[in-house]
Design a protein around this ligand. Structure first.
Ligand code: C5J
Length: 235
């Protein structure tokens, strides 16, 4: 059990029942020429989350925590992409169109893949999702149930879209969600701020918000050798 400083109040987590869920840290959202940029966004704004998330990922792996990655995207034949999603707005390129990183937001294309800094290692599940929420039309809930997970540490992009949607879905399914503010980012800094406020408002209506440093401090306390052992009592 660890106690982590968070808003609106500290949270106690059983780390054996906690998973780190990393939402959509894909080239299509973070790099020029992908889905994010075709919608007119400044993709460099998402970079802020990469270094803190890299540290959090290392901490979760060290603690033996289940790590799950998600990717938003569609089948090459677009059969799982609602026309209403493809048609929306006036992007420079639509989902499925060819771009510098392959077809936009299509599974198997270079742009759909996770950025190198946060690449999954063997044994870390990757959930391919057609929507914004990670529970919608995926086997995420089944996986969490089978692993005995009750708490989710949620990170990724973007704060107000896929992170918020996933947290709301998870909250309704009974999971305690802790969102790491510095491990999330948005193309709109004000949406990032408000997205986090919406989660922790009203006594934590959707969950808790904290930073990676607080979470890593909690994990370090749980995995540190006991005082007796550390002092080398020899017994
Ligand atoms: C968006 C996401 N913003 N991963 N997707 O379309 O937040």
């Amino acid at each position: 059990m660890i106690t982590v400083a968070a808003e609106p109040q500290p949270i106690v987590l059983n780390i054996d029942r906690t998973a780190l869920v990393i939402i959509d840290m894909q080239r299509d959202f973070l790099e020029p020429g992908g889905f994010g940029e075709t919608l007119g966004n400044n993709v460099s704004l998402l970079k802020a989350a990469v270094a803190p998330l890299k540290a959090m990922l290392a901490g979760a792996r060290d603690a033996g925590m289940l790590v799950i990655h998600t990717r938003e995207g569609h089948r090459p034949d677009l059969s799982d992409a609602p026309p209403a999603k493809i048609e929306r707005g006036s992007p420079s390129k639509r989902i499925g169109d060819p771009g510098p990183m392959g077809r936009i937001l299509i599974r198997g294309e270079p742009g759909h893949d996770i950025i190198e800094e946060l690449y999954p290692i063997d044994g870390e599940p990757v959930i391919d999702k057609p929507g914004k929420g990670a529970f919608y039309q995926t086997d995420l809930q089944l996986m969490l149930q089978n692993c005995g997970i009750e708490n989710l540490i949620v990170c990724g992009v973007t704060t107000e879209v896929c992170v918020n949607t996933t947290v709301r879905e998870a909250n309704d399914r009974g999971y305690r969600c802790v969102v790491l503010s510095d491990c999330c980012a948005s193309y709109f800094p004000e949406f990032h701020e408000m997205g986090l406020k919406m989660i922790k408002a009203q006594g934590g209506i959707f969950g808790w918000v904290t930073g990676s440093e607080q979470m890593l401090a909690g994990l370090a306390a749980a995995t540190a050798p006991s005082k007796k052992y550390a002092q080398g009592s020899g017994s």
